[in-house]
Design a protein around this ligand. Sequence first.
Ligand SMILES: Cc1ncc(COP(=O)(O)O)c(C=O)c1O
Length: 366
Amino acid sequence: MTNHSQSLASVDTPAAIIDTQRMQHNIHCMQTRMDALGVRFRPHVKTTKCSPVVKAQIAAGASGITVSTLKEATQFFDDGITDILYAVGMVANKLPQALALRRRGCDLKILTDSADSARAIVAFGAAHGEMFEVWIEIDTDGHRSGIRPDEPALLDVATILHEGGACLGGVMTHAGSSYELNTREALVAMAEQERSGCVRAAERLRQAGLPCPVVSVGSTPTALSAENLQGVTEVRAGVYVFFDLVMHNVGVCSTDDIALSVLTTVIGHQAEKGWAIVDAGWMAMSRDRGTQKQQRDFGYGLVCGIDGAVIPGYILGGANQEHGILSARRRPGHRHCRALPDRDPTAHPAQPRLRHRRAVSCLPGS
Ligand SMILES: Cc1ncc(COP(=O)(O)O)c(C=O)c1O
């Protein structure tokens, strides 16, 4: 056992373990890439919801953050971050919370992709004397929400905002369908589709005499695959900070880059079935098995040694709430799993247990 393994041996299980060396390496690589491509980098903090991690991203050169809830925005504003993009379509009943943040001095940007939402924003802004900064969401891959770059609705929404007294801050897109890809060529093509679609939307706005200072794109796979970001002003990505097995299947990281794992303990066996039972079920590992639809299914996680190295042939194939089933035998009491989260591990303070969406890696001990 190394010193590192000994210190893990005393940790109560299940426990989320962050390999800060790997994390810092991931942060450094992404920031270096963005610097080389000449764009600002705005990390999505929903991945970790964790202030020390976000501080490390900002220390490396990130500028501003992306959030997916106004609670996250409030948490990070309280931590001193002011430049915040709330990257989920705004609805009327959330406007009072957005207003409260702006009144406290938060440079909060909000998002819309519809005329109804744009009208609600300008009406609420006028009623409260607030000039919201609003970005328009662009759909560049048919994955989720947004207005397609050539749709007439783009100019309608922008005009409602601009003439209604809002500050039209820019356009943004997220090519989430990049998670379905697994070749370099396809990823490069998707990154270019994301870039060119968002730039096209910005050009249409500018040609119509409307302001569009920001062009914001990004997901981890496209951020790591883009060869040219001409016309883009900033990139967003989140999962790259820890990586996960989904990203491994996509082909943008190796298992050695995954910085988050779950430490667990063998609590029993079913020898005739070749199972070891561990104290990490889906509450610790997440029910969301992201690799299930990919070419290689890692179940609830890969099994690793306590040193973090993957042990071939082991898998966390089954899980109940607090029990995990490993396809390998270990003596009860032996610690052996650290789990490398698949996607969107939440390591935020309010929820001490790891709840990332997919499988993990278990690091067998001793
Ligand atoms: C709007 C938006 N931007 C950026 C990201 C970050 O992408 P990734 O999780 O691939 O790092 C996400 C993730 O879902 C997102 O929804």
